[in-house]
Design a protein around this ligand. Sequence first.
Ligand SMILES: [Zn+2]
Ligand SMILES: [Zn+2]
Length: 501
Amino acid sequence: MAVFTDVAALIPTLCGCGADVGDAESVQASMMLMADADVVRVLEETAALAKQVEQIQVAAAGVIAVRSTRDRGHSGLSASRGHRSAASLIQDVTGSTKADAARKARVGEALVDDTEPSDASSPIGEEARGEGSAPWYQPLRGALRDGGLTSSQFDAIRRGLGEPPELEPDGTDTDPVDADARAQAQEEARAAWAQAAEHLIGEAAVRTVEELWQQARTIRDLLDPEGAEARFLDRFEKRSFRTFRGQDGQKRASMVFDDEGDLFLETLMAAALRPRRGGPRFVDPDEKEQAASLADDPRTNDQLAYDLIMDVLRAGALADAENVFGTRQAGVRLVQTVDADGNTGSVAHSEDHLVSMPGAVAEQHVCDTGFVPVTVDSCGNPLNVGREQRLFTPKQRIGLAIRDGGCRWHGCDRPASYCEAHHIDEWDRDQGRTDIDRGVLLCRYHHMTLHHGGWRITRRDKDDFVLHHPSGETFPMRTRTVLSYAWGGIDPPPKRFRPAA
Ligand SMILES: [Zn+2]
Ligand SMILES: [Zn+2]
C-alpha cells in the first residue's frame, strides 16, 4: 500500500489530524473522529488532487490521440497495440466507459498545441481560428490547466459552442477589400466564441455539466441564428418513429425527436410525473391526493410514462383531451395569526381539519400563493376581511420564469416549471408588495431549505440576488449566462454571424 500512503500524504487535513493513514480502512476510521468541516476539507483536497491527476491523464490521452490519427494507419499508436481507436486504447487502460474515454481523447487532443481541431470532419476548423492565432477555445485550455474547469466541463462547453461558422464574403472573392472584411469578420467571430467560452467558464462552478452544454448550445444559436435554423431543420429531418418486434415477439418502438417534439414530450412528462421528480407542491386537495397516490403508485416511472403516452394517444384519437388532463385550481388554506404588533405565530394550522403546520410552511405558502388578511377580535369574530394579496400573479410568474430561467440557487438545475416564487421581503413587513424585482424562483427543495434552514436572500436594486447562509457566508445567485446573451446583457453586446450558404 505504499502508493496509497503516498497519496494520502498529499492531503494536508488528513495528515494534520495525526492519524495513521496506512490504508483505506484506517483512513476512514480516523475520519470518523473528525469534525464535519475537516471531513469536507478532506473531500475538497482530494477533489483538487483528483483534478490534477485527471489533467495529466487527459494530457496523456491527447498525445495518444494525436499519435493514433487515421493517416498514420497501422503504425499509429493505438493501432499498433491492436486498438481500433485512441479511445478504445484509453478505455482499455483506464477501465472507464466508452463515452468517458472518447471525451478524454477529445479534450486531450484539443489541449495539444498546433494540431487540427479534433473534430476533423469539420472543414471550417482551420479557417475559423485564423492562421497563426490561438484557437477560440484557448480560454478553455487555460481554465482546464488552472483547475478552473474539469475535462467534462471543458468538453461540454467546447462541443456546445461548436466551431464558429465559416463566414461568407460580401462580394466576389477576388476583391481584396472583401477578402479583408471577411478575414476581419472571421476574427470577430473567433473572438465572440472565445468570449462566450469565458462567460461559461465563469459559470461552470455553479452549473451541472448538462446545463453548461445546453447553455453553450443556445448561446451558439444566438450568435449564429441562421446556422441555428439549419441545425434545427437537420434534426427535424431526422425525426422518426419506428416499431419493431424484439426476439421475444413483443413490440418495441424507437423514436427520434426534433427539437419541438422533444420539448413537448418533456412538458407532457413533467406535468404528469412531477410529483415523482420533486416538482412544486400541489395546493388543491384533489391534486394533492393525486400527487400522493402517484408517489405511492407501484408502477415504475417507465410504466407510468408508457401509460401516459397510451392515454394521450387514445384521448387524441377520441379528441377528448379533458378526460386525460382535468385542470382544477383552488387553494388549501393555512391560517396563521399575527398579533397587533405584527408578530406572526410560530405555528399555523389548516382551514380544513385544523392540522398544525410549522410557521415556515405558512411563510412558504405565502410566497407561492399569497394570502388574505383577516382581522378578528379575541373571540375570533372577523372584524374585517381584507383583499386577497397574491404576491405573484400568474403573469408575474411568467416574468420571473423569463428572468430566472429556473431555480436561482447556486448549483441547482431545476427548470422554471418546477419552481415556486419566493418573495425576498418578509410579508408582514412589506405587505402587499407585488414587485417582481423582489421575487425569485426557487425549486421546491431549495424554497423549503430557505424557509426552514434560516437562509435569507437579499438584493440591492437590480443587482444580482445574494444568498445568505445562517453562518453569514454569502453566495451570489448569478443569472444564467445564456439569458445574458438572449437579452444582450453582456459587454460588448453579442453580434450575430452569418454563415456561408
Ligand atoms: Zn419563500
Ligand atoms: Zn433549486
